[in-house]
Structure formats: structure tokens, C-alpha cells
Design a protein around this ligand. Structure first.
Ligand code: PEP
Length: 256
């Protein structure tokens, strides 16, 4: 059985006090309330860099909750003002890093090659990537979306060894569904997740492809999570807006 994962991407939201209270609400729930007991769901919280230390101090080791960052520098260290290195994140016990989010690709012009460099630094510092891919509406309407997504994956991930690749989490996030209230239908999600798995299989073989968690992201909320998570190739969600309310986030985690 593949690992089920629900990751919350808080983006550039929440003050220190707000981040503390949201974390306290989540870690204050028992495993039954969190839904992490019976179905073995892993929860990952990805606050902004500045809250990482505060959030980590509120975690309790008994819970299936892990800490992630939303980005990392593509250089190891040095004169890159304002950047945060993989070694710095690792020294704060960060375990996961979201990489290649469409907002990073769009607003900060991150290329597949730069994302590949970041992935190497994540592995070198003993963290694990949550790799995002996904198409614009225009690409989907042109019918080029599957090739586009496969290319994102090949160019950023296919240099990895099999033993590295089997630690990767993939998140399919159609850009037209992020923060827009428009969700991919469960058929659309399943179709692309199956294509992604097939593509992984063509490079790393069926065994690794069958083990790779592929999350869906894009306006996922309590009212649609059940239907999306019921798809055979959907292994959870990368959640933006709905991760900012403990009740919604936890409700989504219980939707398997
Ligand atoms: C995201 O940005 O990763 C995301 C899925 O956002 P939202 O859930 O708000 O669409």
C-alpha cells in the first residue's frame, strides 16, 4: 500500500501568533481526531521559513506530523542575499521541501533545471522533496498538457538514482485549479496521476512507480477531498487555502 499524505502549504500567510495557534490546534488533537491512526495518513505542515523553528517546537513526537519548507536555494551557500540553504533547513530539522511550486515557476521564473539543482541539495542534506508539476489552462486546451507534465518530471527528476527517486513525493497541481476554487474532476485527476505513474515506470520500473505517492493539489477542500482521494492513483493532497483552517485541514486528512 502506498503512503497516504496530506501536506499543508501555508504560503505567505499567518503571523507568528496565528501560525502558533493553528499548529497548536492541529497538534492538540489526538490521532483519532487527526485521522492519522486507522489509515496511517502522514501530515506535513509547510509554514514560511520564519516560522519553522516556532512550529517545530510545538510538535509532539507521538503524532504523525512532519515539518516541511516551501522552497530552498539552488546554491549550496555563499553570497545569495535573502536565500535559505538546504543545510540551514536541515539544521532546523526540516524533513520535506516543496519544490517547483507553480507560483515559484511563474513569479520567480524557476526552470526545470534549477529545480533539479534544488532537488540534489535537498537529498544531499537528508531531506525529501515534494515535487510539484502541472499545466496551465492554455496548455490543457491545446491538448499538450500531458507531454508538458512529463517533461517537467523528466528534466527535474530523471537524473536521480532509483534509490533517491523512491523517496520523492510528486504533487500534480493543475495551475488553473490553484487558489481559483476550480477543482480538477476526479476523472481529470485520475487520468493525469495515471500518466505520471506510467512515466515514472518507464524510467524506474513498475515497482518504484507503484510505490511513489502522487498527491493532488488545486482547490482541494473537505467537500471534494473524498471523491478525489478515492481515485486509485491519488495518494493524498497538497493543500493551500484549506490548510489555513485546522478543521478543514484535518477533515481533508480524514477523507481517505
Ligand atoms: C497550492 O498552492 O499548492 C494549492 C493547492 O493551493 P489551493 O489549495 O489554495 O488551491
Amino acid at each position: 500500500m502506498r503512503q497516504k499524505i496530506v501536506a499543508g502549504n501555508w504560503k505567505m500567510n499567518l503571523t507568528k501568533e496565528e501560525a502558533q495557534s493553528l499548529t497548536s490546534e492541529i497538534v492538540g488533537m489526538n490521532n483519532d481526531e487527526l485521522g492519522t491512526n486507522q489509515k496511517e495518513v502522514k501530515l506535513i505542515i509547510c509554514p514560511s521559513f520564519i516560522h519553522i523553528s516556532t512550529i517545530k517546537s510545538l510538535f509532539k513526537s507521538s503524532k504523525n506530523i512532519y515539518l516541511g519548507a516551501q522552497n530552498v536555494a539552488s546554491q549550496e551557500k555563499g553570497a545569495y542575499t535573502g536565500e535559505i540553504s538546504a543545510a540551514m533547513l536541515s539544521s532546523y530539522q526540516v524533513e520535506y521541501v516543496i519544490i517547483g511550486h507553480s507560483e515559484r515557476r511563474q513569479y520567480f521564473k524557476e526552470s526545470n533545471q534549477e529545480i533539479a539543482q534544488k532537488i540534489d541539495l535537498i537529498f544531499a542534506n537528508k531531506m525529501l522533496p515534494i515535487f510539484c508539476c502541472g499545466e496551465t489552462l492554455e496548455l490543457r486546451e491545446e491538448g499538450n498538457h500531458v507531454e508538458f507534465i512529463k517533461n517537467q518530471i523528466s528534466e527535474s527528476l530523471f537524473h536521480l538514482s532509483a534509490s533517491e527517486f523512491e523517496k520523492v513525493i510528486v504533487a500534480y497541481e493543475p495551475i488553473w485549479a490553484i487558489g481559483t476554487g476550480k477543482t480538477a474532476s476526479s476523472e481529470q485527476a485520475q487520468e493525469i496521476h495515471a500518466e505520471i505513474r506510467k512515466h515514472i515506470s518507464s524510467k524506474y520500473g513498475k515497482e518504484i512507480a507503484d510505490k511513489t505517492p502522487i498527491l493532488y493539489g488545486g482547490s482541494c477542500k473537505p467537500s471534494n477531498a473524498k471523491e478525489i482521494f478515492a481515485c486509485p492513483d491519488v495518494d493524498g493532497g497538497l493543500i493551500g487555502g484549506a490548510a489555513l483552517k485546522s478543521r478543514d485541514f484535518v477533515e481533508i486528512a480524514k477523507s481517505f
